[in-house]
Design a protein around this ligand. Structure first.
Ligand code: UDP
Ligand code: MG
Length: 147
């Protein structure tokens, strides 16, 4: 069955939106397979965003993902693995476009995201493809944590 990685980003945590976001994900009818509070080191953030290597905004995205933004400093995020038929595309549809300004207002990013300090502060990460999901789950979870 298809799995996807969801990360509640520091902007959503600081705005106390974790419950609302997970409620919307739960309504997709997928199964939660794993959940944890994760410490975001510089290394893990870089590995997670390997697809952005060389982009001028990568350092800002890394700082943001490490919770070093808007005057806050807390290097923890919440990580989840959800499983189900077409889990990847269902969750991405619930998120909306990467840029909160372009995301439809009824999506999570459209409703709660913003652009600030050079970063799209869009509340949630979710894997873009099933292959990306396998790579990303492996970064954040040990195999025995995702059975
Ligand atoms: N990002 C950004 N500016 C950009 C592109 C990306 O701030 O021009 C940030 C944004 O937080 C995004 C993350 O980098 O969610 C990863 O980018 P990606 O293109 O993988 O978008 P996603 O898969 O998250 O929709
Ligand atoms: Mg992506």
């Amino acid at each position: 069955m298809e799995k996807t990685l969801i990360l509640i980003k520091p902007d959503a945590i600081s705005k106390k939106l974790t419950g609302i976001i997970i409620d919307r994900i739960e309504h997709l009818g997928l199964d939660m397979k794993a959940a944890k509070v994760a410490f975001v080191s510089e290394e893990i953030a870089k590995e997670h965003y390997a697809n952005l290597a060389g982009k001028p905004f990568l350092p800002s995205v890394i700082s943001f993902m490490r919770g070093d933004f808007n005057g806050i400093k807390d290097h923890r995020i919440y990580a989840f693995v959800y499983e189900g038929e077409n889990a990847v595309s269902k969750v991405r549809a619930a998120l909306g476009a990467t840029d909160p300004a372009k995301a439809e207002p009824w999506t999570i990013r459209g409703a709660f995201g913003c652009f600030k300090d050079g970063v799209m502060q869009n509340c949630v990460h979710a894997s873009g493809t099933p292959e990306e999901a396998l790579r990303e789950i492996n970064i954040w979870f040990k195999p025995e944590e995702v059975l």
